[in-house]
Design a protein around this ligand. Structure first.
Ligand code: ZN
Length: 483
């Protein structure tokens, strides 16, 4: 029974495959096969090596920082090594959020010096506390519902700690984005957020937040749990002063100091754009992209040096082919993904009149580990079928050939292009440690161990995985541009 069904299914699959793959020319597929071969060349570690050189020299690339400008200049110089590429920069206005000195001290009278210095990172766009800082008790909550239940009576004058355990970036991200704004409504004087990660080695994770009038910072999972336990013991002791050690169970109280400053429209800084012009329809464009800006911690190797340099690496592989694609393949290294998306908005506005000539837009910004495939946003069923068959047939040896359909723009920078109706794809990889499928939250757990931390360094990335990412992205881009 099983055998018969399987044969029938295989036959049907072959029939459908043949029909779709016939939409592609043999010469296109020959080029794709060469790109896949490049992906197997174990000696080629150039994507990793070049990203390491740039990040070792200049460090992280926070929007509006001097390192961003220097790193961009490094890329513009590096491009000159390759033939057949046209590179330029397009400036956008950017704000500068500068962290400056910051700290959180937790009062624990039983410890030496009666306090503990907590590793922390202020959230991007947060207001500062002033140099004096603020001192207040901490009220832990696990959800916005709990915050509302406690209300003004409990919250006013205190600092709220959001201590929800990691479920997914989407689920937990709300506390980082809106935690301060919501806490302020009940009179809180500050907000602390348990870092968004399922695995912590005392690593605070920063990230952007929506505007609020009170300061907000991320603390580690470990310290979030410590504060929560202190609070629970204190509440118990308050209800029952006779319990053992009741006098030691003080309310958690912190001193938060953040000298953060925000400079609106501080300067102009570029998106970096690199083209290999198409041989037949040079005005029609297929985009490969990642964002060039990072947070001001670590070096932004994984987020999103990997995505930007795998896109660039893909273009370098394409430049080695005996011929150019019919349409232009354009690499964009976006500015300002991490906070206000000025890079994405700037490109959309500057290229308003040629959006209809954009055939496809891809971005890689969720880690570059073992290639899995693309999350495709398109209403065109032929595209889905063709891409599925193409991925299955041409990419199994290096990975990156799976296709899943999504309703929402898969990445932030291509969001305006996707929303405009340009078919687009998010390039995704398997979990760094478990190789779990990226269509589930478990597929990103490894990524979120490093995301927006000091630990986002070159060691997160593997040279061979980066090469396979670049080759798979190159194969997709060439196939689409050559149709
Ligand atoms: Zn990113």
């Amino acid at each position: 029974m099983r055998g018969i069904l399987l044969t029938g299914a295989l036959f049907l699959q072959y029939y459908v495959s043949a029909a779709y793959i016939e939409l592609l020319k043999e010469d296109t597929l020959n080029m794709v096969e060469q790109l896949v071969e490049f992906g197997k060349d174990e000696k080629d570690t150039s994507v990793w090596d070049e990203l390491a050189e740039m990040t070792d020299l200049y460090g992280n690339r926070m929007t509006a920082s001097v390192q961003y400008s220097r790193s961009a200049e490094w890329v513009m110089k590096n491009v000159k090594k390759y033939t057949g590429m046209t590179a330029w920069t397009e400036d956008v206005n950017v704000d500068y959020w500068k962290r400056n000195e910051e700290s959180v001290h937790l009062y624990v009278p039983t410890r030496e010096n009666q306090m503990v210095n907590l590793p922390m990172l202020g959230l991007g766009q947060s207001v500062g506390t002033g140099p004096e800082g603020i001192e207040a008790n901490v009220i832990p909550v696990s959800s916005f519902d709990e915050l509302q239940t406690l209300g003004n009576k409990t919250i006013a004058g205190n600092i709220v700690l959001y201590n929800a355990d990691f479920v997914s970036y989407g689920e937990n991200g709300q506390y980082r984005f809106n935690g301060a704004f919501n806490a302020e409504k009940y009179g809180a004087v500050g907000a602390l957020v348990q870092s968004i990660t399922g695995y912590s080695l005392m690593t605070p994770h920063t990230g952007t937040m929506n505007p609020a009038g009170i300061p907000a910072a991320a603390i580690t999972v470990e310290d979030s749990k410590l504060i929560t336990r202190m609070y629970n013991r204190h509440m118990k002791a308050k209800q029952n002063p006779d319990i053992e050690n009741a006098e030691l169970f003080v309310a958690p109280r912190v001193k938060l100091v953040m000298n953060a400053q925000n400079y609106v429209n501080h300067t102009q800084q570029p998106n970096i754009i690199i083209d290999i012009k198409g041989s037949e329809k040079p005005d029609e464009i297929v985009i490969l992209s990642g964002h060039f800006d990072s947070w001001d911690v670590g070096v932004g190797a994984m987020d999103d040096g990997g995505g930007a340099f795998c896109s660039y690496g893909a273009l370098k592989l394409i430049s080695r082919l005996p011929r150019k694609p019919k349409r232009t393949i354009r690499v964009i290294m976006w500015n300002n993904e991490e906070s206000l998306s000025r890079g994405a908005d700037g490109y959309f506005a500057a290229h308003k009149n040629e959006l209809d000539k954009h055939i496809f837009a891809m971005e890689s910004d969720i880690g570059n580990f073992e290639p899995w495939g693309i999350e495709l946003m398109s209403k065109n069923a032929t595209l889905l079928n063709l891409y599925t068959v193409f991925g299955n047939q041409y990419l199994p040896t290096i990975g990156g050939g799976n296709v899943t359909l999504v309703d929402e723009p898969p990445n932030v920078d291509i969001d305006p292009l996707c929303a405009y109706g340009i078919p687009c794809g998010g390039f995704v990889t398997l979990d760094k440690y478990t190789f779990k499928n990226p269509s589930t939250p478990a597929g990103f757990e490894g990524y979120f161990r490093f995301h927006h931390t000091e630990a986002d360094r070159m060691e997160v990335l593997d040279p061979h995985q980066l090469r396979r990412n670049a080759a798979a992205m190159a194969a997709w881009a060439f196939m689409i541009a050559d149709q």
